[in-house]
Ligand binder design. Structure first.
Ligand code: ADP
Ligand code: ZN
Length: 727
């Protein structure tokens, strides 16, 4: 029975959709409040979600223990949580858990001790305690009304703790509690920005007025180096002028020191960062600063989208086509799509920026849902580099080498001219496959259906799916041959070895997630490249994004076909995006760039479109293909992955699911088939694909279907709406 003294509380757990609790006498709670409630023998913090549903009888009803001193979760944010849960077919509590990842942030930080000037009558000159220059500095620093935290006071007055203690003892200053608020220095919109080009100004004229005017969505579509960042900075400036908050989402690896420095240059102070490298104390502080509204601009990886923001006015998703916005574990969601949802619910503006927009976004422009803003030229008119195809069938390198002579010559010329080159290969390690010369055995991960990758620098083999490592065996476990293992194919480490032989004087730097760990290392790399301490970069996709290296004029793509392999729906689109991004690294300043693509299939339409610079042609062809097969964005897709430790049980469970699929018009269930990674971390995996027309409510169907067939023990089901990973 619903009544006035009970409410529903949603808990950050993967089950249920909230439980009823009694509001104890004397406590006032409102929807959105963070409250502590008993749960079995423990207690847990959740959010008052709304009216009680009355399922729990009065005598079993437990009472709320306490209300946290935190800003309530807004109605819009609560709707956002429910929306994501419904869309991704997960429990609302799982989504809520992403919203409150640092529960200690729900309580205000304990006040720290500080000092203020003592309230005593100033002694007559010459009679009181001695005022040394150090003490004078402390007195000056305390001239304001508010007490100052001890640490800050020491820094400001440049004195030791002993000086402060001495002054307190002498009665000059006295201890006082300091509220450590969730303050964050406010970025200053009024600082002068750079002079924008006419195209940039036109984009800003469309964007600026939209901020604060309710929901509006934009696709900021401009070639690499066209100045998109400067344009959305002006939208942020507008939000700041209106005292509204902004979220900027960047792919994790694009959140560079360079980006932060530019922001600081424009706004005088850094934004609040939100990424996986923060300490717990930092997360606590930043979460609270976001939730209280103190942090005006938060920049981060996809999880920043979940932060509560009471005055959200703008969301920017930079490099919106990037795959890293799709979360593949836990709640499987796409941060770009959810950013648009959040903007709708919060009545905020959303800007998706990219040089190679996702087909989804292009389609949304065509449907009239997004306004497209175009920056057609690179800033300063630097031409986009010409891309040349190098046909490996005709002019491939000699056996055992991976770089063709034409590319090597271009590298030598570039370096001789005092410029820099980049070799791109999206393969970490030394070699992707190691096999026995004697019997042909391929070294595989014992827990995944995947080859082990040799990492020669680290002296071991590694599984790139589960992290399993082992040393290279001396003896083949199959045929017992000694020292019979040979590496097959190149990884970046192997390229470095080849380059060392061909260009012995070049200063080479290998940049992958193995060698560049964390923002500090990334900043050091950027500095080294900018300072000219490096001639040749060899790297994976961590080099493809966001960086601006003025002296880099040559990009060699070692294996342009790599992404085209496999039956992935987005293989062509992704390759197109990646190659464009990489190519965009070349010649970003005054010097023209050159891009060489090594390929075994130079007549592949994707590579043809890139060399011809025919973006529209590529998009048209790709769209036509997707439309023909009813694939996203012209149809809906969901993957159901059935997994477990027993191969037979998984196969049976998947088959039973398949048989239990209700029939529905405009919808097909394909499979089950073993997933391409049929074994992952020791779990066998089978996959069903649901393909539906856009008019079908896919989620309703899946919920109905999954609730019909009981789930056998030991079997897990993962629902992936709009799948991007087809492994
Ligand atoms: P994008 O985000 O489109 O790749 P950026 O905003 O990073 O482009 O701009 C590329 C480079 O051009 C940066 O170094 C940026 O500082 C510079 N730039 C962009 N717009 C201007 C401008 N109006 N005046 C001067 N420099 C600019
Ligand atoms: Zn593995």
């Amino acid at each position: 029975m619903a009544s006035a003294d009970r409410v529903k509380v949603l808990l950050p757990m993967p089950v249920g959709s909230g439980y009823d609790y009694r509001i104890p006498a004397g406590m006032a709670v409102s929807p959105g409040d963070f409250v502590r409630v008993p749960l079995g023998p423990r207690s847990m913090t959740g959010v008052v979600w709304g009216k009680a549903d009355g399922a729990v009888p009065d005598d079993r009803l437990k009472s709320i223990v306490a209300r946290h001193d935190a800003p309530p979760l807004s109605a819009a944010h609560r709707r956002f949580v429910d929306w994501i849960a419904a869309y991704t077919v997960t429990a609302p509590g799982s989504v809520l858990r992403m919203v409150m990842p640092v529960p200690e942030a729900l309580d205000p930080p304990a006040p720290s001790t500080g000092y203020r000037l003592a309230d005593s009558v100033p002694p007559a000159p010459g009679t009181g305690p001695r005022i040394t220059p150090q003490r004078r500095r402390v007195i000056d620093a305390l001239a304001g009304e508010e007490p100052v935290a001890a640490g800050r006071l020491r820094a400001q007055a440049d004195v030791s703790a002993a000086v402060l203690a001495g002054m307190a003892k002498a009665g000059l200053i006295e201890a006082a509690p300091v509220a450590v608020g969730a303050d964050w220095p406010a970025p200053q919109p009024a600082r002068p920005g750079i002079r924008l080009s006419a195209d940039q100004r036109a984009a800003v004229r469309a964007l600026g007025p939209a901020v604060g005017g309710g929901y509006a969505a934009f696709l900021l579509d401009g070639v690499t180096g066209s100045g998109k960042t400067e344009v959305y900075f002006e939208a942020i400036a507008e939000a700041l002028r209106q005292s509204r908050q902004s979220i900027v989402l960047l792919p994790e690896i694009a959140l560079t020191a360079q980006w932060l420095a530019r922001f600081e240059q424009r706004f005088g102070t850094a934004p609040a960062p939100w990424h996986s490298d923060l300490t717990r104390a930092q997360r606590r502080r930043i979460w609270r600063a976001a939730a209280t509204g103190a942090a005006r601009v938060v920049v981060g990886a996809r999880s920043a989208l979940m932060l509560p923001m009471p005055a959200l006015g703008l969301i920017v998703v930079d490099e919106e086509h990037d795959q890293s916005f799709k979360q593949e574990d836990g709640v499987i969601y796409h941060a770009r799509d959810m950013a648009v949802v959040r903007a709708t619910l919060e009545k905020a503006a959303v800007v998706l920026a990219s040089a190679t927009p996702a087909l989804e976004s292009v389609a949304n422009v065509e449907r009239g849902r997004y306004t497209r803003l175009v920056l057609p030229e690179r800033h300063g008119g630097a031409p986009l580099p010409a891309a040349e195809l190098l046909d490996l069938r005709q002019e491939g390198p000699p056996r055992g080498r991976w770089l063709a002579d034409r590319l090597v010559h271009a590298m030598a010329e570039t370096l001789a001219a005092g410029e820099q080159a980049l070799l791109y290969l999206n393969r970490r390690g030394y070699a992707p496959l190691t096999l026995c010369r004697g019997c042909g055995l391929r070294l595989e991960c014992p827990q995944c259906a995947a080859w082990l990758v040799e990492h020669r620098l680290a002296g071991r083999l590694e599984c790139h799916h589960c992290g399993h490592t082992r040393p290279l065996p001396r003896q083949c476990p199959e045929c017992s041959a000694e020292d019979s293992f040979v590496p097959c194919g190149p990884g970046v480490e192997r390229l470095a070895e080849e380059v060392a032989g061909l260009l012995p004087d070049a200063r080479v730097l290998v940049a992958t997630s193995d060698t560049v760990r964390g923002p500090a290392a990334a900043a050091a790399l950027v500095r080294d490249v900018r300072d000219g301490a490096v001639d040749l970069l060899i790297g994976t996709q961590i080099l493809a994004k966001g960086h601006h290296f003025p002296k880099l004029t040559l990009v060699g793509v070692v294996d342009a076909d790599l992404g085209l392999a496999g039956g992935d729906l987005r293989a062509a689109e992704r390759t197109w995006q990646m190659l464009n991004q990489v190519a965009g690294r070349a010649g970003r300043a005054a010097r023209p760039g050159r891009v060489i693509l090594q390929s075994w299939r130079p007549d592949h339409p994707v590579l043809q479109a890139i060399t011809a610079g025919d973006r529209d042609g590529f998009i048209a062809a790709e769209k036509a293909a997707r439309e023909r097969y009813g694939m996203p964005p012209y149809g809906r897709l969901a993957a159901i992955v059935v997994s477990g430790r027993q191969a037979g049980a998984v196969r049976q469970a998947a088959a039973a699911r398949g048989r239990g699929a209700p029939a529905q018009d405009g919808l097909q269930v394909l499979g089950p088939t073993p997933a391409p990674l049929a074994l992952l971390r020791g779990h066998f995996r089978h996959r069903l694909l649901v393909k539906a027309a856009r008019s079908v409510n896919l989620q309703d169907y899946i919920r109905r279907w999954l609730s019909r067939t009981p789930q056998p023990g030991g079997i897990r089901i993962k629902v992936d709406i709009d799948p991007y990973s087809f492994s």
